[in-house]
Design a protein around this ligand. Structure first.
Ligand code: BGC
Length: 742
């Protein structure tokens, strides 16, 4: 496609039509269930392209009108698990698999990854965001994007910017200092853009400093394009904002999902002089440049057959690296020959991922129970039978997803239904998933029963599950952030019965974000967070439980002791509290560990925390300047008894200067390869000097003085400390060009 030639041939109406998607209910005919589609200009051979969610795998309808076959995709672990791996290679691999599935099903642009910040533990979409830290978020997103785009399809960084809460997400005005924006919220996007060159960015629903993000010229044009030099496409989130003309003027290239009314409005606005042709040409150029790169425009014929077997291995490998071991009093790993009493409905109906646009429709989900059985671990049959009896009472006698799917294939293959029915089926599937994880009383066992179970088994494993969805934040109530009484009772009674016989109790947390742990963690021997692990859940859990794989995930956020100690909880969800329209990020840059460390507060588990079955020793720290960067070298040795991987983290503590600085900030990290006992790896991490800068309201400043380089296995377990000295202040403008500091 010759973009400039096309621009010269397109009529103004055709140009504007390229800036508005086909509409919400005109779900793509060629790929049912994809979230959106652009308009074609057939006369000039410009194809329409398909955009599809989402972060945990491609979200398309598994069934199609009149067809018997299923269009299945892989359910990968959610982003919160991916970032817990701290392994950019694994994340890139997941991205690549998602990109390949997109390509083979005819999807041109993937609407992922999500890159907002874990500002509050209750964030409804934290499961599809990476971290509270901009460097970890940015690096993970970059890896994801590189993966997706290596398959020849586009990735989309979303939601730009400050979409940290779901409460009133389409109306809320986020008030935040420019320093916090530049250092935290924008920084994650800036890093990801620089390191991966994403084809697209999606502007968020919320307002930023009084203006909708989708209508915010400062954000979309001044920062994104002028300061950062971004050359890709910018689209709206679905139905975001309230003024399409302002959107185009502010820097939006593509209004999604679009409709004919919006298109007509733009045409009228051009005619009465509200938008000029030069602006329109700039937007059209961005749209055409993206279309030109797509498989569709390159004439690629999707096979409809991605390699699902290969991808299920990818999903497994990511899952198994992202589990975080919070506590272990010698309970884990269990012997493969151990007899396990498996409690909690999540053990039998494991939640694969969060809901909403980030959901996926795989063929099946390996529950924790099936995974353990597959691994040859013997599960107490009587306990299993109890769950098999309770769960169908709530959900009907079939696995709900199989039930819905069977029903759909039946109705749809005779073309009795239309696209709206497909949408309804999809909604039902979501609703059933949501119900499934809500209310099943767990406390159904008598003490005598538990006594017998404890007698004949070696260990108890209890799974606690939660789910979350976009559109609402999680609630600080029992059954969501806190355990319900029946869940607590189950933990208490099982622990009593097993501990009486000197047997251990392990809790698995199958959750989309943190929950309260402080009220019950002392009752149990081990806690393993398995997040939302995707379709291979059970296989990955089994391998970690029996010690085939040592846990190597680390927390990508600070897990509070008390929810209300999280600094952002003071202003969440905004004012007025019952129907907020404005939320002030009062904590500024002091979010997550930046707050806990600076103000001496004890979290339940700190940022970067995660235990292993083995131990690592750090030594030989060597720090040197290399041009405009600091090179940090050291060795990590496995000195324990199991093979394992370690995540080495570098925190930098700035000197006391003119600007307020957090106690320390993450400036680099590296996951080791698998180290056998006695094996050692040389680690080298390069920190660009620009990473040491803070934004003073006008420019980036690296203040002179001694910087402490702190190498640790978590933000609070620092193993090696060294320092470097910067002799005089170094300053940069917003484009990172060096300028004078005066
Ligand atoms: C979500 C986006 C998603 C879009 C299309 C919106 O509601 O916020 O993340 O990509 O829908 O499904």
């Amino acid at each position: 496609m010759n973009v400039e030639e096309l621009i010269s041939k397109l009529s103004i109406e055709e140009k504007l039509s390229l800036l508005v998607g086909v509409g919400f209910f005109d779900v793509p005919k060629s790929v049912p269930g994809a979230a959106g589609e652009t308009r074609a200009v057939s006369r000039l051979g410009i194809p329409s392209i398909i955009l599809s969610d989402g972060p945990a795998g491609i979200r398309i309808f598994a069934v199609r009108l009149g067809e018997d076959r299923l269009y299945l995709t892989t359910a990968f672990p959610n982003e919160i698990l991916l970032s817990s791996t701290w392994n950019t290679e694994v994340v890139e691999e997941v991205g690549k698999a998602i990109g390949e599935e997109a390509r083979e099903y005819g999807v041109d642009v993937v609407l992922a990854p999500g890159l907002n910040i874990h500002r509050i533990p209750l964030g409804g979409r934290n499961f599809e965001y990476f971290s509270e830290d901009p460097l970890l978020s940015g690096e993970m997103a970059a890896a994801y994007v590189r993966g997706v785009q290596s398959a020849g399809v586009g990735a989309t960084l979303k939601h730009f910017v400050a979409n940290e809460q779901e409460t009133n997400r389409t109306r809320i005005d986020v008030v935040v200092s420019e320093r916090a924006l530049r250092e935290i919220y924008l920084r994650a996007f800036e890093i990801a853009i620089k390191k991966s060159d994403p084809w697209a960015v999606m502007a968020a629903y919320n307002k930023l400093l009084g203006k909708y993000c989708v209508q915010n010229k400062w954000l979309l044009t001044d920062v994104l394009r002028r300061d950062w030099g971004y050359k890709g496409l910018v689209m709206t989130d679905w139905l975001a904002g309230d003024n399409p003309v302002e959107q185009i003027k502010a820097g939006i290239d593509l209004i999604m999902p679009g409709d004919d009314k919006t298109l007509q409005l733009l045409i009228d606005s051009y005619r009465n002089g509200q938008i000029d042709e030069e602006t329109i040409n700039t937007r059209v150029r961005n749209v055409l440049n993206l279309i030109a790169k797509t498989p569709k425009a390159r004439g690629y014929k999707p096979s409809g057959k991605p390699d699902l077997d290969k991808h299920r291995e990818v999903a497994y490998r990511a899952a198994v690296e992202g589990f975080v071991l919070l506590k272990n009093n010698g309970a884990l790993p269990i012997k493969p020959s151990a007899k396990v009493a498996l409690f909690g409905k999540g053990s039998y109906r494991t939640a694969k991922g969060g809901l909403g646009s980030g959901t996926t429709y795989p063929l099946s989900i390996v529950s924790i129970a099936s995974g353990l059985k597959e691994a040859g671990v013997s599960i107490d049959e009587e306990v299993e039978k109890v769950y098999n009896n309770i769960l169908p009472m709530v959900f009907g006698s079939l696995d709900p997803s199989q039930f819905i799917r069977a029903m759909r294939v039946d109705v749809l293959k005779d073309k009795k239904a239309d696209m709206i029915s497909l949408l309804l089926f999809e909604l039902m599937e979501n609703a059933i998933d949501a119900l499934e994880y809500m209310q099943v009383a767990e406390d159904v066992f008598s003490e005598e029963f538990l006594d017998r179970v404890a007698e004949r088994n070696d260990v108890a494993v209890i799974t606690i599950s939660r789910t979350a969805t976009e559109g609402r934040d999680r609630n600080p109530v029992k059954g969501d952030y806190y355990l319900r009484d029946d869940e607590l009772n189950l933990i208490c009674k099982v622990s009593e019965a097993f501990h009486r016989r000197n047997k251990k109790v392990v809790v698995l947390l199958n959750i989309p974000g943190p929950i309260d742990v402080v009220s019950w963690r002392d009752l149990v021997d081990a806690i393993l967070v398995v997040w939302m692990p995707g379709q291979e859940a059970g296989r990955a859990v089994a391998d970690v439980l029996v010690g085939k794989v040592s846990p190597s995930g680390k927390l990508p956020f600070t897990w509070p002791k008390d929810l209300y100690e999280t600094p952002a909880m003071r202003t969440f969800p905004g004012e007025p509290r019952n129907d907020p329209i404005r939320v002030v990020y009062e904590e500024g840059i002091y979010i997550g560990y930046r707050y806990y460390d600076s103000f001496g507060l004890e979290p339940a588990y700190e940022f970067g925390y995660g235990l292993s079955y083995t131990d690592f020793e750090y030594r030989d720290l060597n720090i040197s300047f290399e041009g405009e960067a600091v090179k940090v070298r050291f060795k990590v040795k496995n000195v324990g008894g199991y093979p394992g991987k370690e995540v080495a983290q570098i925190y930098v503590r700035a000197p006391r200067g003119k600007l307020d600085k957090p106690f320390q900030e993450l400036k680099g990290f590296k996951k080791t390869r698998l180290l056998n006992p006695g094996e050692e790896e040389d680690i080298e991490i390069v920190i660009p000097i620009t990473y040491l800068a803070s934004f003073n309201g006008f420019k980036w400043v690296v203040e002179k003085g001694v910087y402490e380089i702190r190498v640790g296995t978590s933000s609070r377990k620092i193993k090696l400390v060294g320092s470097i000295e910067i002799e005089k202040d170094v300053c940069f403008d917003v484009k990172w060009e060096k300028i004078g500091c005066g």
